[in-house]
Write a protein that binds this ligand. Structure first.
Ligand SMILES: Nc1nc2c(c(=O)[nH]1)N[C@H]1C(S)=C(S)[C@@H](COP(=O)(O)OP(=O)(O)OC[C@H]3O[C@@H](n4cnc5c(=O)[nH]c(N)nc54)[C@H](O)[C@@H]3O)O[C@H]1N2
Ligand SMILES: Nc1nc2c(c(=O)[nH]1)N[C@H]1C(S)=C(S)[C@@H](COP(=O)(O)OP(=O)(O)OC[C@H]3O[C@@H](n4cnc5c(=O)[nH]c(N)nc54)[C@H](O)[C@@H]3O)O[C@H]1N2
Ligand code: SF4
Ligand SMILES: [Mo]
Length: 702
């Protein structure tokens, strides 16, 4: 037996940690991962690793993972060949579109679509041929308000300012728990060490969260906030900054600042205190502390995106950074300058050019909010969705009112899933096309380099050979595109493989042939541990894509939504609100099938404050019944003063007890799906993003 050592980044989450992976080669030619460790020579992650990295081996070896196309006939899954599978998919999809129009085929793209470069470069090669308006993705249960805000303020949905965590003196975090999530829209491997360094240089970390999360627990200050109360808090912070003369100028060209200032006038700290549950004096002090710091940054993520005021929250976050002079400034919030320049080479995005058929939800960047998917399948009429393609997603567990979607999927004429597993969603498919696994693939991180706290780049070569008869995701899309184009008599242009596309993008990009970096794939092969391109720098002035070439501080759409905030009523006493949480050993819905990750203390429970338990005469550890407008489930309750009174917390991605799935380890795990309680009618009014947090529920004994 021989062993080889490979350097390669993990791309299971956004942190892109460098790994040292040892592969053992048996005499008979078989190769097996023998160890996975952090790579201390990776200039970005510096040896950091989390427990999930070992999942790369577990995914590789999982006997439940599908390794060839499977067709469902009745209740039976039968393996079939690739050509037959492509023909079947093309025939069925074409049939549906011929009979019911192009929008009768819907598409849902899940989270790994941005963690796997072949999915990014090639999915549209096929999906674009369908020309359907019914495109959905995990974006609308996630960061949609951030793209929309950037689109409106900076003219491009990908001009996302990233917190300069390594240089700031004051970091205000709302609704993010990077100690569990490893950072999001802030690619930050080893976030704990970076927080430590922040404190070491005398900086402060303040966390606003309805739960004393792992991150809140290490913060200098934690403020409990009523779920959904962030827009009120942020508006009051801005009100204080303006009222007390704490606003500084910005070097950026800005339009609408005066309008924004006037718009904040009604939202004084005392009035907003009632809505967010934070005392007025604490709000004012927070504004003063933020303004007093030399370099400060306000950062909001999932907890403020997926709530009823998601877009308003993200606008107000941007405004706070802008008016304190911290936008596009070292130690504040800065845009990356990645080697593959998606901002420079794509359009700035579009919004509300069409709407969903049933609830008239707006499209953003060609996608509709996924909260509308089930009703588009269920509601009869012209344009009704009759066929669905899911790509690397599990919307039954990950989108609001998952039960309703589960039932809707059973009504489809045809469903195609491109996925590794037979899970809660893909069990409804007629055809599942599984791709190779991560380590059998090359990878370039065009998404997470764009979101990183330093400018970094690397190319990851596959470290395991592609098994005979297997196809990469991008090859599956090429196969589907060819079969569909033939059937629909469409002309299909040839397309380069992903590695060649990235090579071209690198060479033509801002750090390519025309620069001293001279980056190309070949050049990156000389840097197997990854290449650091330097700290983030102010760069926004020349890159703004608004028509005015200035930051738009007061977009009409967002200004108008302030009226909704002004009309918001104070919370009803005794109302319980449901929020979510993440654990470092889990990843959305698809990491529960690996024994090494699920072992240890259970973490699927509903967290509830002891006062709320007492009030309902419930005991720690008992089974409770949780009810919302959309559904009811039973789960163990855990008494915890981590959550504030009036708030219960349940992680999503659990509940693998539905029949017909093939996830043996996950099926044996306890837990219920939080999205059986979330409500497709609770949305951010501006973007249509799902409000997964702040869902009213009742809890009683089971
Ligand atoms: N209540 C609540 N709901 C939430 C959230 C929350 O905080 N609370 N979070 C939301 C967020 S942020 C997100 S991003 C979504 C995620 O929601 P989804 O993207 O819908 O679901 P995942 O659980 O990430 O499922 C990923 C799927 O991709 C498959 N897969 C993995 N790798 C590959 C690959 O390389 N190729 C292919 N073809 N398939 C692959 C897996 O088998 C799995 O089926 O969930 C959202 N849902
Ligand atoms: N271990 C692990 N890592 C992951 C994932 C995972 O599932 N597991 N998923 C990945 C994905 S797809 C994403 S998008 C990122 C997300 O990464 P983060 O944005 O860091 O998201 P969460 O860890 O869900 O943290 C959200 C926090 O918001 C709080 N919160 C809930 N409601 C409110 C509210 O109304 N106001 C405020 N202020 N806070 C609120 C919650 O209590 C929670 O602490 O994580 C990624 N990394
Ligand atoms: S934090 Fe964990 S899952 Fe995320 S990239 Fe690093 S090792 Fe992988
Ligand atoms: Mo996400």
């Amino acid at each position: 037996m021989t062993k080889t050592l490979h350097h390669r980044a993990c791309h299971l989450c956004e942190a892109i940690c460098g790994l040292n992976i040892e592969v053992s080669h048996e005499a008979d030619g078989r190769a097996r991962i023998s160890s996975i460790k952090g790579d201390p020579q990776d200039p970005f992650s510096r040896g950091h690793i989390c427990p999930k990295a070992v999942a790369l081996q577990d995914i590789q070896e999982d006997p439940d993972r599908l390794r060839q196309p499977h067709r469902r006939i009745g209740g039976q899954w039968l393996p079939i060949g690739w050509d037959e599978a492509f023909e079947l998919a093309a025939e069925q999809l074409w049939k549906v579109q011929q009979a019911h129009g192009r929008n009768a085929v819907a598409v849902y793209q899940g989270n790994p679509s941005v963690h796997n470069y072949g999915l990014m470069t090639h999915s549209n090669y096929f999906l674009g041929l369908l020309k359907t308006h019914n495109r959905f993705s995990a974006t609308s249960v996630d960061q949609l308000p951030q793209h929309l805000t950037s689109h409106l303020m900076y003219g491009h949905g990908l001009l996302l300012p990233i917190p300069d965590i390594d240089h700031t003196d004051f970091m205000l975090i709302l609704g993010a728990n990077p100690l569990a999530s490893n950072g999001s829209i802030m690619t930050v491997p080893d976030v704990q060490a970076r927080f430590k360094a922040l404190k070491g240089r005398g900086g402060r970390l303040v966390v606003v969260d309805p739960r004393r999360s792992e991150t809140a627990a290490i913060a200098d200050q934690h403020l409990f906030i009523r779920p959904g109360g962030d827009a009120a808090l942020l508006a009051a912070l801005l009100h204080t900054l303006f009222a007390e003369g704490l606003a500084r100028g910005s070097h950026l060209p800005v339009n609408g600042l005066e309008q924004a200032r006037e718009a904040m006038a009604p939202f004084d700290a005392e009035a907003m205190s009632v809505l967010c549950g934070i005392p007025g004096e604490d709000i004012r002090q927070l504004a003063r502390d933020f303004a007093a710091a030399d370099k400060a940054v306000c950062y909001g993520r999932m907890g403020v995106s997926t709530q009823a005021f998601g877009s308003l929250c993200h606008w107000l976050v941007q405004l706070i950074n802008l008016v304190t002079g911290n936008l596009d400034r070292e130690g504040g919030a800065l845009c990356t300058e990645p080697a593959v320049d998606l901002v420079g080479t794509t359009s700035g995005g579009h919004f509300n050019q069409w709407q969903s058929r049933v609830s008239a939800l707006p499209e953003y960047g060609g996608e509709l909010p996924v909260s509308a998917l089930a009703e588009e399948i269920l509601e009869p009429g012209e344009g009704q969705v009759r066929a669905l393609i899911t790509v690397a997603g599990n919307p039954v567990l990950s989108t609001p009112n998952g039960r309703q979607l589960d039932e809707a999927l059973a009504n489809l004429d045809f469903m195609l899933s491109i996925d590794l597993y037979l899970n809660e969603t893909t069990r409804h498919a007629d055809l599942i096309l599984p791709s190779t696994s991560a380590l059998e693939n090359d990878h370039y991180d065009s998404t997470f380099n764009l979101l990183a706290v330093r400018n970094v780049t690397r190319f990851n070569r596959a470290i395991l050979a592609k098994p005979e008869g297997a196809l990469h995701d991008w090859e599956i899309f090429v196969g589907l595109a060819k079969a569909f184009a033939a059937r629909a008599q469409l002309e299909l242009k040839a397309m380069l493989p992903p590695a060649q596309m990235i090579d071209l993008a690198l060479r033509k990009g801002p750090r390519g042939e025309a620069s001293s970096w001279a980056l190309s794939l070949q050049a990156l092969d000389q840097h197997p541990h990854g290449l650091d391109l330097g700290p983030l720098r102010p760069s926004l002035t020349g890159r703004l894509r608004t028509a005015s070439q200035a930051v738009e501080a007061a977009p009409a759409l967002l200004l108008a939504d302030l009226q909704r905030l002004a009309r918001q009523l104070p919370p009803e006493p005794d109302q319980l609100l449901l929020i979510g949480r993440r654990h470092v050993r889990s990843n959305n819905s698809w990491m529960h099938n690996y024994q090494r990750l699920v072992k240890g203390k259970p973490r699927h429970q509903l967290l509830m404050h002891p006062d709320d338990l007492n009030q309902r005469q419930l005991q720690d550890g008992q089974m409770v019944r949780v009810r919302s407008r959309t559904g009811v489930l039973e789960v163990e309750v855990q008494s915890s003063d981590e959550v504030m009174p009036g708030v219960v917390s349940l992680p999503h991605g659990y509940g693998h007890s539905r029949h017909g799935i093939r996830l043996q380890v996950a099926q044996a795990q306890p837990g219920a799906s939080a999205n059986d309680l979330t409500d497709e009618c609770l949305r951010d009014a501006v973007s249509g993003n799902a409000a997964l947090n702040g869902v009213p529920v009742q809890v009683g004994a089971a």
